[in-house]
Design a protein around this ligand. Structure first.
Ligand SMILES: C[S@@+](CC[C@H](N)C(=O)[O-])C[C@H]1O[C@@H](n2cnc3c(N)ncnc32)[C@H](O)[C@@H]1O
Length: 267
């Protein structure tokens, strides 16, 4: 009983750390990405495992997508999934509203010719049109698939609905949306404890995220139903998945966050 309560001793430290995060989400994300020194399995970024293992688990779902279409990676961060997606689709376009994230993604993607990146706010009123322009700049016209990982759970419900509506002109009649999000069933204290935080120590990539970013929410079936209404979207498949983090509790394996995936097509 006492040991179960011990995690609540973390609360003052969490409040102190998170009070330093910029209140404006774009400022927070751009500053976060500007401060990242390294990525991958030993890097600063909590959700970058440096491995293709999580994506490989999604490949059977991708088999239901039209894999002759390009893939748009919405909220691509440093582009680790964009680069992996470029191995399974003819082109992968990574979009993020943080210019520092897009700079970093471009640097890390070096000579990969089938991946490109652009700065876009996917909740902006004209994002549907400006994504199409970014695809055209990469040499693609017509419908595209969309991949979203770890983005909807950081948006509020208005942002989620705006982002989903912006995807309708991108996917058209042939493209699909695959999303994978964290869906942790507990309080923020439970969440950080799950990732190894104690009163005495917090894994560095987790501490960076707490210090620099807005507190994430969860995104599961209920949130998906609200953001992707059945009037606009057909749900092809949904279920539980695991979002893999950079190794935290031991050096060789990623830690796992309970997650949710869905595959959707526009009506
Ligand atoms: C948790 S990170 C996930 C990055 C990447 N999808 C991955 O899984 O490695 C969330 C990303 O979403 C981006 N983001 C948040 N809101 C956005 C918006 N409105 N438009 C575009 N990108 C956004 C952030 O800048 C950040 O890079």
């Amino acid at each position: 009983m006492l040991s179960a309560l011990r995690k609540y001793l973390l609360i003052p430290r969490l409040i102190r750390l998170s009070s330093a995060a910029p209140k404006d989400p774009l400022t927070a994300w751009d500053r976060y990405w500007g401060n990242v020194r390294s990525t991958g399995a030993t890097g600063d970024v909590l959700w970058d495992s440096g491995s293709s293992h999580e994506l490989e688990g999604y490949l059977p779902k991708f088999a239901r997508m039209d894999q002759s279409l390009p893939m748009v990676d919405v909220g691509c961060g440093n582009g680790s999934f964009t680069r992996l997606l470029a191995q399974h689709f003819p082109h992968a376009l990574g979009l993020d509203y943080s210019a520092n994230a897009v700079d970093r993604a471009r640097q890390e993607s070096g000579d990969i010719t089938t991946a490109s990146f652009a700065v876009r706010d996917m909740t902006a009123p004209d994002a549907g049109r400006t994504v199409v322009t970014a695809l055209e700049a990469a040499g693609w016209t017509g419908d595209a698939n969309v991949f979203i990982r770890g983005v909807l759970h950081v948006l509020d419900s208005k942002g989620r609905a705006a982002l989903a509506a912006n995807l309708l002109p991108v996917v058209g009649s042939r493209g699909s949306v695959f999303l994978a999000e964290t869906n942790f069933p507990g309080t923020p204290v439970d969440y950080v404890s799950h990732l190894g935080a104690t009163r005495d120590s917090i894994p560095a990539p987790l501490e960076w995220a707490i210090k620099g970013l807005p507190m994430p929410g969860r995104f599961g079936a209920a949130q998906r139903a609200k953001a992707f209404p059945t009037a606009d979207w057909n749900l092809l498949e949904e279920g539980a998945t695991s979002i893999e983090t950079r190794p935290l509790s031991n050096p060789s394996d990623p830690d796992l966050i309970p997650g949710y995936f869905a595959l959707l097509r526009a009506r």
